[in-house]
Design a protein around this ligand. Structure first.
Ligand SMILES: Nc1ncnc2c1ncn2[C@@H]1O[C@H](COP(=O)(O)OP(=O)(O)OP(=O)(O)O)[C@@H](O)[C@H]1O
Length: 221
């Protein structure tokens, strides 16, 4: 179990204390611009003045952030992957043939999978995914979703927090839902999903979205 705090006085987020347990697969939803990426950055310890997190965190950013002048092999070697481990690691994400390619020789989906391999290299206790399916065509998005599901099964103790706008991503990946709303943003909804809750999830998220957009209209008016 890991505990994360947001202190009072944060520019975007309300004070909160969040507990994440091994094996939690959380999908984080909420209106656009509410603070989902900000919350991930906070959890990753990336905000100015934050101490380094005590647990190992793998962070798949919206952009792949691979070094463009290095091959995938060298990108992985730079984060400590052993010579013999590069291909097996790339094989986990379906890229065993691509070790000697440069990031700009990859499709967006492949680059995201390569970045995911780099996250896995550090054997994370917590995997943070910021809109991993954004800008992928539906087929590639489903492929990546299937891969993430498989990895979650292979590493059952690893926790995941995945930012998405899509209820169907949450249906496919989550056993727990966070919904961020309000200004400053706070967790409006934090629920574990059993089979019954899974069935009603899309409707529940729609209702939360309607409520949150009503709030932002009244703020704008
Ligand atoms: N670099 C920045 N400088 C100033 N303000 C920023 C910066 N990045 C984000 N913000 C502001 O912080 C708030 C939260 O942004 P954030 O990206 O965390 O939201 P989000 O919920 O992830 O949005 P989206 O769903 O559109 O990706 C927004 O009001 C945004 O305008």
């Amino acid at each position: 179990m890991a505990e994360f705090d947001v202190p009072a006085g944060h520019a975007i987020l309300a004070p909160m204390s969040l507990k994440v347990a091994p094996g939690d697969h959380i999908c984080l939803l909420g209106p656009s611009g509410i603070g989902k990426t900000t919350l991930l950055n906070r959890l990753a310890g990336l905000e100015r003045g934050q101490p380094r997190p005590t647990l190992r965190i793998g962070y798949l950013f919206q952009e792949h952030r691979l070094l463009p002048w290095r091959t995938l092999r060298d990108n992985l070697r730079l984060v400590g992957v052993g010579r013999d481990q590069v291909e097996p690691l790339l094989a986990r994400v379906g890229l065993e043939q691509a070790a000697d390619r440069y990031p700009d020789q990859l499709s967006l989906g492949m680059a995201r999978r390569a970045a995911l391999a780099r996250c896995l290299a550090m054997r994370p206790d917590l995997l943070l995914l910021d809109e991993p399916f954004a800008s992928l065509d539906p087929h590639r998005a489903d492929e990546l979703k299937g891969l993430i599901r498989m990895l979650l099964k292979q590493f059952p103790a690893m926790a995941m927090i995945c930012v998405t706008h899509e209820a169907r991503d949450a249906e496919a990946l989550a056993n727990r839902i966070w919904y961020l709303a309000g200004r400053p943003a706070h967790l409006r909804y934090d629920a574990r999903l059993d089979a019954e809750a899974h069935a009603g999830l899309a409707r529940r998220l729609e209702a939360l979205g309607r409520q949150a957009s009503g709030e932002s209209l009244s703020i704008e008016n």
